[in-house]
Design a protein around this ligand. Structure first.
Ligand SMILES: [Zn+2]
Length: 132
């Protein structure tokens, strides 16, 4: 007699029959320890991490995307996709640019020089970063 690890098999199980209980337990343990199952689970987790990281990367949230993708999969992708971008703001126009950007993509200003000269940018940066 072959036993399958299903809820139906568990419901049908005669709990007085020690052999049947042991057989079902062995079958379910073997199912859970099947390497194919673990390869699929690990592969899917890695895939979810990768997709989360790819969603988070252009928003400056690579590691958050990796973590949320691994923890929650598609729900984590949504969390990262709808989160506020973690990218520096242009002091002149407020456009969010990549950290490595030298020139603002919104207004074309030199970002390094603009950050040094603009008093407005200093106060804007302070008010945006801190507060309530
Ligand atoms: Zn700008």
């Amino acid at each position: 007699m072959t036993t399958e690890c299903t809820l139906a098999a568990l419901n049908r199980l005669d709990r007085e029959d020690y052999e049947a209980v042991q057989q079902l337990l062995d079958t379910c343990t073997a199912t859970l320890l099947d390497p194919a199952l673990w390869i699929w689970m690990i592969g899917l987790t890695l895939l979810c991490m990768l997709i989360g990281a790819l969603i988070g990367w252009p928003r400056g949230r690579f590691w958050a995307g990796l973590l949320w993708g691994a923890l929650l999969g598609p729900i984590g992708w949504l969390i990262v996709g709808f989160s506020k971008p973690n990218l520096p703001e242009c002091p002149e126009c407020g456009h969010r640019n990549a950290r490595s950007a030298k020139v603002c993509r919104g207004c074309g200003v030199d970002l390094r020089r603009a950050g040094q000269r603009s008093q407005r940018s200093v106060t804007r940066g302070q008010s945006a970063g801190k507060g309530w």
